[in-house]
Design a binder for this molecule. Structure first.
Ligand SMILES: O=C[C@H](O)COP(=O)(O)O
Length: 251
């Protein structure tokens, strides 16, 4: 039994005051909801305000990136122990925006994943194909390479502690969602690649779908057998829409 995860990636939105207000409202709107992990990943400067506001709730907090070293002369970077100290227990790694705009490689994602696990953070490792790759018919090949390079060096115990997020790049922020059946096919494929890496871990790994997830498509996505949750961008910025996604069975 895999516990569903509904994670919000705020990207470069919401100041500390805005983040705090959002969390307070979210707590009211999701009171009594159980049986899932709710995670918010604010910008670094907003983390302490959100962590403090979420203290008495079951809402988990995550970073959007981290450096693989525990400390050092790396201007502009944040380390796993710093995220922990701000109340984080999760971290998003290898998001397509990090890969596309900041040159993040699979090797970097692998190093960060190891460091996150060693630093008691649950890595949410993102993979996904571009529109061009999908049209070329190489979606599976692209995703297999990303997974093998990022997660190939992990033990079964380590891999069990990773969350994988499948985010087709063409569906991010575009309003264009993969159909539930397409998303399921790729998530099932991801599980077969994970099984080839560590057979024992694969059935336990949570696989999330991300890319224009909204209240009106979450229920059907969550009904797919290999989709264990969602990584939500735009719709996680307002408590009202994110709460509906968290309460996916009622949509
Ligand atoms: O990390 C979240 C994804 O990039 C999805 O963003 P979106 O829900 O705005 O399409």
């Amino acid at each position: 039994m895999r516990t569903p995860v509904i994670a919000g990636n705020w990207k470069m939105y919401l100041t500390p005051a805005e983040g705090k207000a959002m969390v307070q409202e979210l707590q009211t709107l999701t009171a009594g909801v159980t049986g899932r992990e709710i995670v918010l990943c604010p910008p670094f400067v907003t983390l302490p305000a959100v962590a403090e506001a979420a203290q008495e709730s079951a809402i988990g907090i995550g970073g959007q990136n981290m450096h693989p070293a525990n400390e050092g002369a790396f201007t502009g970077e944040i380390a796993a122990p710093m995220l922990r100290a701000c109340g984080c227990t999760y971290v998003i790694l290898g998001h397509s925006e990090r890969r596309q705009y900041f040159g993040e490689t699979d090797a970097a994602v692998a190093a960060k994943t190891k460091a996150a696990l060693a630093g008691q953070l649950v890595p949410i490792v993102c993979v996904g194909e571009t529109l061009d790759e999908r049209e070329q018919g190489i979606t599976q090949a692209v995703i297999e390479i990303q997974l093998r390079r990022a997660l190939g060096g992990l033990t079964a115990a380590e891999l069990t502690g990773v969350i994988v997020a499948y985010e087709p790049v063409w569906a991010i922020g575009t309003g264009r969602t993969a159909s539930p059946a397409d998303a399921q096919d790729v998530c099932a494929f991801i599980r077969t690649v994970l099984a080839a890496l560590q057979a024992e871990a694969a059935p336990k790994v949570r696989i999330l779908y991300g890319g224009s997830v909204k209240p009106d498509n979450i229920r059907e996505l969550m009904a797919q057998s290999d989709i264990d949750g969602a990584l939500v961008g735009g719709a996680s910025l307002q408590a009202a829409s994110f709460a509906k996604i968290v309460r996916f069975e009622e949509q």
